[in-house]
Design a protein around this ligand. Structure first.
Ligand code: 1PR
Length: 517
């Protein structure tokens, strides 16, 4: 009996990755003409991120042409006044309003008082010829870009509603439950020249270090300076602070802006089929609607039968299981060493390059595990040295930050500035900056380290390690220009709720996302 197919009623194109990669895939699959025909038919269409960008004529990101439905070219953000990618939660300014009640709401539930999750390096600058199409604009630094378009049966967002917590769910619900077609004759367009209002918020990230305990159960653990075993007895048990999926859901409910899972025993080889975090991601992404980062073991893996899976394949499995970003630790150090051995010329083979090419720079995070090496005098080392008031064990007043691999087990002849500049050059989109000396100490972030790294790169930096109370978060945002701050122990042990951190930041005049209820 022939299969009966349901007629297509609504179409969502949730694009991720690079413009050229997306358009090439549409071409290769023969989807370009059917997509244009579908949109021309007047049936509801929603495009997200690259799914919106492809409607334009082209992008500076690629020579491949776009669908050409909307006039204009997608442009790269300037790095002169801000980190790029634009990664995080920002507000919108609506420029269309319904003149009559009823029908599909023109704003699709987008709310000017909410913030939405953006992650992109390219955007369409607002211009007057886009007046008919522009539904909302957003400001990042001093640039104002089109953050949502709407016309008739088309509604697209540059931000990710599926990762924008309850504000995003409201938008998706409006599209799915409404007619999906706006009567444009009943819409009023305001003067779309937007007012200046950069409402980019600082992100608070909860980090879950995950490993199997001695009973073989996957647990969230937390160490002091990377030692995760109880101190009370010799060779004590792995600390167990909860189950990964349950904790992730709790942090989403409590207002975390992002969740990171790190598989901290990834230095052990693990067959592709047994990657422990795939199931965690699949389950977590069913109930957690903020970005998920996965780290640990993003590198080539070999199955017991000798079959090799590339880092790109491993990352692809994680993305398909619900990850938004992958974080690379040890392999990034080896990639940087290879980069310098090759006289600073990228050779296209590293995991950073292959994953960024396929999924975009914003999907590649570098997890750095540095530790201080003190010297009496800068001449003792070739590495980038800072002068520090926190003296070493023998009164040294200089130190450099040594990169480590395998969860801090092995130090390398590479300093943190060398690592981050090489990784940015190779195409990474964000730095997750841990600090082995500070991890689990509750004594505050290593401000000197963070300033040093931030001054070396233009990609966003996540401050990590050492948060012990809310004032450590305001300190790191006031004294450095990091985009986000991560904590683990204080959240796991319920010492400081995420809400308390955000309330404190708000009282300190620092913008944070609040719409998590
Ligand atoms: O090298 O690509 O396989 O990745 C391994 C990953 O696992 C890296 O991201 C590395 O940072 C992480 N990792 C490995 N061993 C440990 C360990 O603790 N023994 N955890 C580990 C790193 C540090 C942070 C922690 C912050 C905040 N943990 O993730 O969450 O320091 O903690 P705090 O707020 O309690 O101070 P690869």
């Amino acid at each position: 009996m022939p299969r009966r197919l349901m007629p297509l009623q609504k179409l969502i194109f949730p694009g991720v990755g690079a413009f050229g990669h997306a358009m090439d895939a549409l071409q290769a699959k023969g989807f370009v003409e059917p997509l244009k025909e579908y949109i021309a038919s007047g049936k509801p269409y929603m495009g997200i991120c690259v799914g919106m960008q492809t409607l334009f004529e082209g992008s500076e990101e690629s020579r491949t042409k776009g669908l050409g439905i909307i006039p204009g070219i997608v442009k790269h953000f300037s790095t002169a006044d801000k980190a790029v990618p634009h990664m995080g939660w920002n507000a919108t300014q609506l420029v269309k309003e319904q003149t009559e009640v009823g029908g599909q709401a023109v704003n699709y539930g987008i709310d000017q008082d909410s913030v939405y999750y953006f992650v992109h390096s390219y955007a369409v600058p607002y211009a007057d010829n886009l007046k008919e199409w522009t539904l909302a604009t957003t400001q990042y630094g001093d640039e104002i870009f089109v953050s949502a378009v709407q016309k008739g049966n088309v509604c697209c967002t540059q931000f990710h509603p599926e990762k924008s917590g309850f504000a995003g769910i409201k938008l998706l619900r409006s599209f799915l439950e409404g007619t999906g077609v706006v009567d444009d004759s009943k819409v009023k367009i305001f003067d779309p020249r937007p007012k200046s209002r950069d409402l980019f918020t600082k992100r608070i990230i909860a980090c879950l270090d995950v490993r199997a305990n001695d009973q073989g159960d996957l647990v969230v653990t937390k160490g002091d300076q990377y030692d995760v075993r109880e101190k009370s007895e010799a060779g004590g048990d792995v600390r167990n602070l909860g189950k990964p999926v349950e904790l992730a859901k709790r942090y989403f409910d409590e207002g975390a802006d992002e969740i990171a899972f790190l598989n901290i025993t990834s230095f052990r080889n693990c067959p592709m089929a047994d990657l422990p975090m795939l199931e965690v991601l699949k389950l977590a992404s069913q109930t957690v609607f903020v970005p998920l980062t996965i780290g640990g073991g993003i590198r080539d893996v070999t199955d017991p039968d000798g079959k090799v899976h590339s880092a790109l394949d491993v990352a692809g499995e994680y993305f398909r299981s619900g990850a938004d970003k992958v974080s690379i630790g040890s392999d990034a150090v080896y990639a940087a060493e290879q980069f310098y051995a090759n006289d600073g010329v990228p050779d296209g083979t590293t995991a950073i390059e292959t994953i960024a090419k396929a999924y975009g720079a914003q999907a590649v995070v570098i997890s750095v595990d540095p530790k201080r090496v003190y010297v009496k005098d800068p001449s003792e080392t070739n590495h980038h040295v800072i002068k520090t008031p926190y003296t070493g064990p023998n009164g040294e007043t200089y130190c450099w930050y040594q990169c480590t691999v395998k969860g801090g087990r092995e130090g390398r002849d590479l300093d943190v500035r060398q690592l981050v500049t090489a990784c940015q050059r190779l195409g990474a989109g964000e730095i997750l900056l841990n600090c082995m000396d500070k991890d689990g100490t509750n004594s505050g972030y290593d401000i000197e380290l963070i300033k040093d790294v931030k001054s070396a790169v233009t990609i966003p930096v996540v401050a990590s390690s050492g948060a012990g109370n809310p004032s450590h978060f305001s300190q790191v945002f006031n004294e450095t220009n990091v985009e986000s701050a991560l904590a683990a122990g204080i959240f796991h042990r319920r010492e400081v709720p995420i809400e308390t951190v955000k309330n404190h930041l708000k009282e300190s005049g620092i913008l944070v996302r609040e719409d998590h209820t």
